[in-house]
Design a protein around this ligand. Structure first.
Ligand code: SF4
Length: 353
């Protein structure tokens, strides 16, 4: 039976959109399946009030797996000599958009490692051409840390949104996950710059990253409260065989779904993806994420020949319903849980909380 204490905490979170650290901790650690089910039902209700049963789709174009960085958890880190590197040309990217548009996608996400080839000039040219061909589409960038000036130029060229996972709100954990040359302060600065430039900003973190504690997860929730991102991408940590974290255990699907629900209740209008990592760890992971309050999926629109090369973690899904071309399969899977694909760009509906 659902504990009275849990019901009260969840009801209060749904009404007031915040709890104390201790109360967040109770919801994260002392709950059971009935508590999770009640939490998910409340999150789903708040999502429906704003977005109905629509799920937004984004066409994900992985433009390069070349990266100068060496984040300890990442399969395409520079030091991984087993990674078969590729970089899409401007024409490749535009072809992906042409195909995606015909398939019904109205947001294109250009994601890649920090690859020096993609200078501002190169990106400005691609973004401008996409916006010229498809003015009704949103362009999202997920290209890591850049300068304020760079973010500004890309925004002026037409980029609408930027995803930059903050990775963790705890500086000591950031240090444990990254080499010396990367800094948590700089990450935070970049997020502020993106906001300053007028992007819709997405952040995000891994659930179950090596060294992460429950107190740190509470800090993540507080970060969402304070920063109020337009989007937050969270997925379970999954190890990659060629990284220093190869033998670390994967994160938990249950904990990820619990956090999705809590984030939905903290910031009801937020855009929350059911990430590929969830689908990779559990055959129904994506559906479970949506039933916990997520409302975005990002099928893969990269050329099929490169999809297996963008291996951020072991066994990352890129085909089946994860593929943009398999939209019919995705439609079917969503319909089985009472949802349907939106035809719109899928912008955030802001709350005045
Ligand atoms: S996480 Fe991003 S910045 Fe870090 S190594 Fe991977 S692609 Fe590069």
């Amino acid at each position: 039976m659902l504990k009275q204490k849990h019901r009260e905490l969840i009801d209060r979170l749904a009404a007031e959109h915040t709890l104390s650290d201790e109360e967040y901790c109770v919801l994260l650690t002392e709950t059971d399946s009935e508590g999770d089910a009640y939490l998910a039902a409340c999150a789903l209700r708040q999502k429906r009030e704003r977005y109905g049963d629509e799920v937004f789709i984004r066409g994900l174009i992985e433009i390069s797996n070349i990266c100068k960085n060496n984040c300890y958890y990442c399969g395409i880190r520079a030091a991984n000599k087993n990674c078969d590197r590729y970089r899409l040309t401007e024409d490749d990217i535009l072809e992906c958009c042409d195909e995606g548009y015909a398939l019904g996608f109205r947001t294109f996400v250009m994601q890649g490692g920090e690859d020096g080839y993609f200078t501002d000039d190169v990106l400005v040219s691609v973004i401008s051409e996409i916006k010229k061909r498809y003015p009704d589409c949103a362009v999202t960038l997920s290209l890591g840390e850049r300068s304020l000036e760079s973010y500004r130029r890309l925004r002026e060229a037409g980029a609408d949104r930027y995803l930059l996972r903050h990775e963790t709100a705890t500086e000591s954990l950031y240090r444990a996950l990254h080499p010396e040359n990367l800094s948590w302060q700089q990450r935070m600065r970049c997020l502020d710059w993106l906001r300053e430039c007028g992007y819709q900003v997405g952040c995000g973190f891994m659930v179950g990253a090596p060294g992460q504690t429950v107190e740190m997860l509470v800090k993540e929730l507080r970060f969402v409260e304070d920063f109020r991102p337009d989007m937050c991408g969270i997925g379970p940590f999954i190890p990659h065989k060629d990284t220093p974290f190869a033998s670390e255990p994967a994160g938990s699907v249950d904990m990820t779904c619990r956090l999705l629900s809590m984030i939905r209740l903290i910031h009801p209008g937020i855009l929350l993806p059911a990430t590929t990592a969830l689908g990779t760890l559990h055959p129904m992971g994506r559906e479970r994420g949506i039933l916990a309050g997520a409302n975005v999926v990002m099928p893969n629109l990269s050329p099929p020949s490169v999809r297996k090369k963008y291996m951020l973690y072991d066994n990352k899904l890129s085909d089946g319903a994860e593929s943009a071309q398999a939209k019919a399969a995705l439609t079917e899977r969503l319909s089985a849980i009472g949802c349907y694909i939106s035809q719109s760009r899928g912008d955030i509906k802001k709350d005045n909380l």
